[in-house]
Ligand binder design. Sequence first.
Ligand code: GAL
Length: 382
Amino acid sequence: MKKKVISLLLTATMIAAMVTGCGGSADTPASTDSAADTTAEAPADTTADTTAEAPADTAADTADAAADAAGGDLADKKVGVCIYQFSDNFMTLFREELENYLVSQGFAQENITIVDGANDQATQTGQIDNFIADKVDVLIINPVNSSSAETITDKVVEAGIPLVYINREPDEAEEQRWEDNGWNVTYVGCDARQSGTFQGEMIVDLGLDTVDLNGDGVIQYIMVEGDPENVDAQYRTEFSVKALTDAGLEVECLSDQVGNWQQAEAQQIVANALGQYGEDVEVVFCNNDAMALGALQAIESAGRTVGTDIFLVGVDALSEALEDVIAGTMTGTVFNDHFSQSHSAADAAINFINGETNDYYIGCDYVKVTSDNAQEILDMVK
Ligand code: GAL
């Protein structure tokens, strides 16, 4: 009998842990230091740099040079692009910019094929098989599951097609394999630890007195996570909170749930959490802006006011989120530079086509966005 009670208690605890996920953190790989370094060097300058390198101009300036370098024959090359899910807001910005940039570099529109993996790895694997059968000259892949990268790499390398992974980073062992074997495979993306740190720093910068609305000396927060398999979600969750504790703040996680990067799911999660924890919720961290927009709907329906009795941060710098930051209805966001990432991915693909090599990891910096620079970022992304 006693045994049964204990096991029931254990089960209940496990279920609670699964639901809240509070306190869980992603395994921090050995390379965490590099993120800390990047973070330390990042924000203000990065904003200026990114702004200065306005996307369209860069594309125009380098178009002729790239076409020349390829012997002017990029127009004959076929590019296959696999996106994990077309309905994802951020990946929509990414793929549209990628397509425009590829065309500006000399590829023919009809030779660029972009397909929707519909968030299903089996579907995407079939699409990759089709691209291989079609003998594309290069593949750019945003995997549905990063854990499938090994299988994907093997079949693409076997077919002799160069491969550029984007946005969802394969693990360290997989990247090491590319290097060890000298394969024409690379990854282009930003280090999500930096975006998480920036989210946390925006809250820290408000000061304990402002954020600690109930005056108990502890920051009570709720976390809305993206896809749990995704390293961006894991790192943003971990490093946003770490920025608070690194600043000496005490934190309490009230709820930590998975919203799969989706606005509607986040709205529901935050509505429930606000219903359960009410005024105790001081900060809402969302792993991306789509979910922050959902959170904002829930916050407003609950009669709460961002900047007055609750604080809200996201990541991506979607136009709508930037407008909210300007209006004060979102505390801040982090610009996930889809211009830099899509251009770097296309440039890497062109290098491979031209018989050149690439680094095995091609990074980019995030930019912290508050009301101070939100208009500037909005002017750039619009
Ligand atoms: C993240 C982005 C999210 C979502 C995700 C997909 O970098 O912030 O909004 O697009 O990638 O993997």
